[in-house]
Write a protein that binds this ligand. Structure first.
Ligand code: CA
Length: 241
């Protein structure tokens, strides 16, 4: 039994989602505001994923996901955003959402995204993966485990959000190459290229805190002025200037 919590104040939309998700075999709970959702998630760990609208009465979807992450609750969150507000997507990622879907959306796409999030969760529990595993990598004495969504340094473990892990992996796979902010927006996150890029910079700041010895003088997540970022695996004594 896979339980999904739908957080949506628009009754017709909540009902439509419930109907369709139940038809897919999920058990669905609905919360019509953020406070109710947080209470529901605090009382048990039986929810496999959350479909979370940004626009809610009272606290917003951003506040809900940020509050969950602060409490160390990493249930997968699919955020529903307004199509006209791409900056909301980035705010959602910063708050700790795992994926997003602009409204209005097609149900088939929502279901596919949800399956993707649930599959991730299975990986992180060590259950058999249906896709090729992504091997952990070592950077600067840290182990980045993209499947467990963890960064390990000695006995210290940092939990990565899906978005943080995906951005890091995107850069790692392009090691040594400059990756522009535009490419991160369009190719990784599916956003329009004129979206505000400050959120990317905020993500990088966060990733540097995890990876770098001196985050203000990065050696691995390097800024390429006016363009974007470059991942450097070694510590800069090789061909790097
Ligand atoms: Ca709403």
């Amino acid at each position: 039994m896979t339980r999904i919590l739908v957080v949506e104040d628009e009754a017709h939309l909540a009902e439509g989602l419930t109907f369709n998700l139940e038809a897919e075999g999920y058990v669905v709970d609905v919360a019509d505001d953020g406070e109710t959702a947080l209470e529901r998630l605090a009382t048990g760990h039986d929810v496999a994923a959350v479909v979370l609208d940004v626009m809610l009465p009272g606290i917003s979807g951003f506040d809900v996901v940020a509050s969950l992450r602060e409490k160390g609750e990493f249930v997968p969150v699919l955020m529903l955003t307004a199509r006209s507000r791409p900056e909301d997507v980035l705010r959602g990622f910063e708050a700790g959402a795992d994926d997003y879907l602009p409204k209005p959306f097609e149900l088939a796409i929502l279901q596919a995204r949800l399956r993707g999030l649930l599959r991730r969760r299975e990986w992180s529990r060590g259950e058999p993966a249906s896709q090729k595993p992504i091997l952990p990598i070592e950077v600067n004495g840290r182990t980045i485990d993209f499947e467990e969504l963890e960064l390990r340094a000695g006995d210290q473990v940092t939990r990565l959000t899906t978005m943080e892990a995906d951005l890091l992996r995107f850069l790692v796979e392009r090691e040594g190459s400059v990756v522009s902010r535009k490419v991160i927006l369009t190719d990784l996150w599916g956003l329009r290229e004129d979206t505000d890029t400050r959120a990317i910079d905020n993500f990088i700041v966060r990733l540097r805190r995890y990876l770098e010895d001196v985050p203000s003088r990065p050696k691995h997540l390097v800024t390429v002025r006016g363009v974007g970022y470059k991942f450097v695996a070694s510590d800069g004594r090789g061909s790097e200037a």
